[in-house]
Write a protein that binds this ligand. Sequence first.
Ligand code: GLY
Ligand code: MN
Length: 405
Amino acid sequence: MIDIDSGLNYISGVFPEMDHLIWLGSEEAKRIEVAVKESAVDKGITPSEFEEIIKQAIIDGRKIHFLPPYRADQYLQLQNLLGLNVSAIDNYVSVELIEAVVKMRSIKTELEISEMEKAANICYEMHTTAMKMAKDGVSEQEIVGKMEGIAISKGWGTSFPIILSKDGQYLHNHFHGNILKNGDLLLVDAGAETNSHYASDMTRTFPVSGKFSERQKEIYEIVLKANEETIKEVKPGIFFKDLHLLAAKIIVEGLKEVGIMKGDIEEAVRKGAHALFFPHGLGHQLGMDVHDMEGLGEKYVGYNKNVKRSKQFGLAFLRFAKNLKKGYVITIEPGIYFIPLMIDMWKKENKFSEFINYEKVETYKDFGGVRIEDDILVTENSYKILGKKVPKKVEEIEKFISENN
Ligand code: GLY
Ligand code: MN
């Protein structure tokens, strides 16, 4: 709690009593004392002192600014403190406070960046372990377990539930029950949190056999080009929505060469025809959360007064669209997916048939999906990819797998 008028900061928590010492041990029980010291706040207070201060402020007619709650217990606490009905609380969140926090957290300090490098390096180990383990006959679950183990042994744990699937066409597929076999393409999207809770988030897609088939390579190279070409453009002042559209253009261009798409590239992107294959956004901010600050509302985090969210299918899912600034950390994660249900739906409607060669698409329904994601720091004039480089080019991946077999 920050008292804006007096400038005093408070942190509220439970102070150790005998019960805590018996059940949790002295270290755990000392957490609030440590938190006071480490966060350099002025004062540690108990929850009832916290409540008293807020209630007095209300009596004094002072405005209470609070951020959007996202857990049921926080809604109940706010109901109790502010006398607001739970269903009305969202209408009273403070836009001023949200904007101040977004401004502060979007630009990462050197200390934060060094924590994020650590998170990215744990991520490197998780991904390279997956590349070493994935083989014909191995279960997805076994690889997920090893990766989680790395995240827990090197930091706080994973930054979100691991996405690891031979059915990579489903964007956030958390089913890990398949046994891998040669010929499968495995999509792994995973990240770690450091002990200080800074996150990483990377995706790699690679063949279980260790060797891309011609068809897999063709699609992979398109996504790789979209990933590399958009990363190269990163610098302060670049409008992230333009990078998203650049990725979409590269994807249409590549799919045209393969014969899956056709027609005018710019027009296909403008109308959103590429979204059958690339239905999500190019990336998001990364920080103390994997979709950093998402809980504060994407309309403040990824958008603002001047940058409004599109309603077009595909572009509407872009989480972050604003101009880049020095110190921002973002992900770049283009993908191409063949989602059988969606293909059937669009085909039935003959949707964008001037841009999509449905006959050819039919032959890709068993393909799966490819996504390639890196974590990028915006620097003074350009960018830096965080963490040790996880193999990404076709030759790098094939070499790494064959050397670690
Ligand atoms: N890593 C999952 C996502 O960015 O949505
Ligand atoms: Mn991501």
